[in-house]
Design a protein around this ligand. Structure first.
Ligand SMILES: [Zn+2]
Ligand SMILES: [Zn+2]
Length: 393
């Protein structure tokens, strides 16, 4: 048990999840599956010993001679200090993807056509909607309900984004909300912009994050047949939707050269979609005002809202995570996701859209806000300063 558990924990619950057979999943056995997905058969077995096993591995790399030497060299020459094992595979993949994209972009951007940009923005928009409207507002926060056709559309759109499995995404985001800015937060912004942006994908998770992650209830997600299908065919769906469909359609039907189509969709569009999502965890947790709750780090960030289709109103979102708009005001120009959800609501595919009452929002911002809300009164300025009026008496 210990050895098997260590291995499973080392691969982390995200990877272990892919090995679980979800063929017979149903609402009845969702709770069992939830435990299995979490890498444990029984939550009682989440013992200190299990955690110690993980901690042992967690520090193993740093304890080795080679690890210490490399870590020292990086600290001395680059000024970077790591307190967790580096996932070299992810460093190579994510680093290689970004480097290749930057180099090829400047080499081939001059050959791009209107088709290249229009198709790229269309695919990027669909991918973004799958993340924001699907993984985030529907499956993580249950901010509204969606009928089967919309859930299928959202799942397909999400697959265009090329991110982790929906199960991993939802679990990580639920942990993020529940334990924001602590060691259990997968992208704890107290560890800096880079860590919150992408560094968390390059390092092993903090043990506290693993521990708390196993306690997150995922039964509602596992009970959804659309998620079960996605989990079962995760890798095939990722290859088809992230790479093949976006790059082959312009080549086959729109007269685009394949190399250009590949560069625009499999590299540039993919990299931008990833970074726009990551900015919510980094920039929107560091820069901006806090009209709803000044005690927390998430902030209102308009720039992030524009590129992330309305997900940058993050101070509000962390106070009212179950609001389907993820923002107080429904200005569609800075909240494209809300526009589409309202559209799907009109045709009946999205329903039970949740929102707090205006009164609750007002009372909250009056009590905890930093005074920067658009409705906050400036107050009455004294006609004569107090000292002046005292002197004249
Ligand atoms: Zn957040
Ligand atoms: Zn959220």
């Amino acid at each position: 048990m210990t050895i098997a558990m260590s291995k499973e924990m080392v691969t982390e619950h995200g990877l272990a999840a892919h090995e679980v057979n979800v063929k017979n999943a149903s609402a009845q056995n969702a709770s069992d599956l939830n435990n299995n997905f979490n890498g444990m058969g029984d939550s009682k077995e989440i013992s200190e010993k299990d955690l110690d096993d993980y901690l042992h591995h967690y520090n193993k790399w740093q304890q080795s001679r080679a690890g210490r030497a490399l870590q020292q060299w990086i600290a001395d020459h680059l000024g970077l200090k790591f307190d967790a094992e580096i996932k070299w595979k992810n460093v190579a993949m994510i680093g290689g993807l970004h480097l290749t994209t930057v180099i090829l972009f400047f080499k081939y951007v001059w050959y791009s056509t209107l088709t290249t940009w229009v198709w790229g923005i269309f695919v990027g928009g669909c991918a973004g909607f799958g993340v924001t409207g699907g993984a985030h507002r529907l499956w993580t926060h249950r901010a509204y309900k969606a009928k089967l056709p919309l859930r299928i559309i959202l799942m397909c759109c999400y697959c265009l984004s090329g991110q982790n499995s929906l199960f991993d995404w939802v679990r990580d985001h639920r942990i993020h909300h529940k334990y924001s800015e602590t060691d259990a937060d997968p992208h704890n912004s107290n560890r800096g912009f880079f860590y919150a942006h992408v560094g968390w994908l390059l390092l092993r998770k903090h043990p506290e994050c693993i521990k708390k992650g196993r306690l997150i209830d995922m039964s509602d997600v596992l009970a959804d047949p659309v998620i079960q299908f996605h989990q079962k065919y995760f890798m095939a769906l990722k290859i088809v939707f992230t790479f093949i469909i976006p790059s082959f359609i312009p080549w086959l039907f729109l007269g685009e050269p394949l190399y250009l189509s590949f560069l625009a969709n499999c590299l540039l569009r993919y990299v931008l979609t990833l970074n726009f999502t990551w900015l919510v965890n980094s920039a929107a947790h560091i820069y901006g005002n806090k009209p709803y709750d000044k005690r927390i780090r998430p902030a209102e960030n308009k720039a992030v809202s524009i590129v992330a289709m309305g997900e940058g109103w993050h101070n509000y979102h962390h106070v009212f995570p179950w609001d389907y708009k993820a923002a107080e005001l429904s200005n569609y120009s800075v909240n494209l996701t809300t526009f589409w959800l309202d559209f799907f609501s009109k045709i009946g595919w999205a329903y039970d859209l949740k929102e707090p009452s205006k009164d609750l929002v007002r009372r909250t911002l009056e009590k905890y806000g930093d005074g920067t809300h658009i409705t906050t009164p400036i107050g009455h300025l004294q006609e004569v300063p107090e000292q002046e009026s005292a002197k004249s008496r």
